[in-house]
Ligand binder design. Sequence first.
Ligand SMILES: NC(=O)c1ccc[n+]([C@@H]2O[C@H](COP(=O)([O-])OP(=O)(O)OC[C@H]3O[C@@H](n4cnc5c(N)ncnc54)[C@H](O)[C@@H]3O)[C@@H](O)[C@H]2O)c1
Length: 355
Amino acid sequence: MRFLITGGCGFIGSAAARVLVGAGHQVLNIDKLTYAGDLRTVAAVAGSPNYRFEKMDILDQSGIAASFRDFAPQAVFHLAAETHVDRSIDDPAKFIDTNIRGTFVMLQTALGHWNHLDAEERKSFRFIQVSTDEVYGSLGDQGLFTEATAYRPNSPYSASKAGGDHLARAWYATFGLPTIISNCSNNYGPFQNREKLIPTIIRKALAGQPIPIYGQGRNVRDWIFVDDHIAALLAVCENGQAGESYNIGGLDEISNIDLAVAICTLLDKRRPRPDGRRHADRIQFVPDRPGHDHRYAIDAAKAKRALGWKPQESLQTGLSKTVDWYLDHIDWTMDDLNSEDRLGLNPPIKSSPRE
Ligand SMILES: NC(=O)c1ccc[n+]([C@@H]2O[C@H](COP(=O)([O-])OP(=O)(O)OC[C@H]3O[C@@H](n4cnc5c(N)ncnc54)[C@H](O)[C@@H]3O)[C@@H](O)[C@H]2O)c1
């Protein structure tokens, strides 16, 4: 099949590109290469005859239209986005531009392309709006997000993703474009941007620096290994119903502090501290992010039932693989260690982790 992936030089998009190219599909990767995009993530497939890369902003309407004409995708995996919650607090404008207006450009261009397909091709075409569980807002200590949970986003990031999701839904309801929304929980795995929580914990521990954790570390997240997310996106594309949405999660909830300790314990075995102490002794609490959602937890029963999908990795097996990957790719892991960390708080605090 011909897949157009946006944001294919980011963490999740590049995993999708590597999997799809490896499976023999034709892939066109469109990415603007913002600070979060990195060509190293797709180096393994860059020379493949079934892979193409175009450096382009999804807001570039005429460029995107030319790519649709030229490549004639049968499915779109729309992942390009501004994704860091803290950056959305610093500078929300980019989030509105890319996540809402950019999604509009992608939908409108896909619609123009889809309108010219024959009946069979129109039926099988899919536009997957890759979204997040953060659009649902925050849970208390009990309960799970289902697909029927109302959207109540709390951060500029999640609000902008919610805006994109509403457009995707409307383009199906109004114009018939076969869009599907996937709402996925926190991903982890190889090539994640260094600002995010898990790479931050590993980097700081290896550098012998304080490991920063927001608040008291009691915020709870459901974590999914990135390859399980990609398998879910493929299942959504193959078996999902147009106009529907599917929750995707790893079914593994953990608080930030327990996650940090679990990673430190893996590092204690693989890279013990020279002074014999535990890496976890370097964990330091830092003032909380404003509007920090307490808990996200996913009910993925619909995806399991309707798509025949379930995650393959537990948090234990996935974390172990992930820590090994960061240790084996130390150039990536320790890149720019002394650069200024990005902040979502005013006054700024150095070294704040992101989920
Ligand atoms: N990371 C998670 O835990 C998670 C969970 C659920 C959903 N998602 C969604 O999955 C998608 C990918 O997330 P990620 O963690 O890989 O993000 P990321 O920040 O690692 O990568 C985003 C990519 O999009 C590109 N991009 C940004 N603005 C662009 C623009 N205007 N035009 C073209 N390309 C642009 C960047 O260069 C980068 O390569 C996002 O839509 C995000 O909302 C992420």
